[in-house]
Unconditional design. Structure first.
Length: 139
């Protein structure tokens, strides 16, 4: 990426769609417009506040629209804009990639963590399987 004002602006926008939740929200809204609680149910682990912040940011950037219907009780739906729809291919591809590689990533993380623990144990002067727990750490 260029180190120009335009490059900096692109980074700002990439930060928006590259955060923890935005691509998942965009991907779900690409299926059809959805209400807030419907999105919340479909996104495991997102808090109400974080979903609100994510939707507001996407709305501010013109990627999502928020439509309030004049009914009682109030009904609000979120949908991708035409510009947001252009992100659908990218977001859907990334979400599918993540879902199809969950087990591989879990295995890689476990292997990394085991190596890191072994290296740490070696630094402390004992092999992991022969390491003696200090009295304060015994249970």
């Amino acid at each position: 990426m260029e180190h120009t004002p335009a490059g900096c602006r692109a980074r700002e926008i990439l930060d928006r769609v590259g955060d923890k939740w935005s691509l998942l929200v965009i991907s779900l809204l690409g299926e059809r417009p959805k209400r807030f609680n419907e999105l919340k149910r479909e996104i495991d682990g997102i808090s109400q506040r974080m979903l609100t912040v994510t939707l507001r940011g996407l709305e501010r950037d013109g990627i999502v629209t928020r439509t309030v219907y004049p009914v009682v009780p109030p009904r609000v739906e979120y949908a991708v804009t035409p510009m947001g729809a252009t992100l659908m291919e990218v977001s859907t591809t990334l979400v599918r990639w993540a879902e199809s590689h969950l087990e591989d990533i879990d295995a890689a993380r476990a292997a990394y963590d085991a190596r890191a623990a072994e290296e740490e144990a070696l630094k402390e002067g004992a092999a992991p399987e022969n390491r003696v727990l200090e009295p304060s750490t015994r249970r």
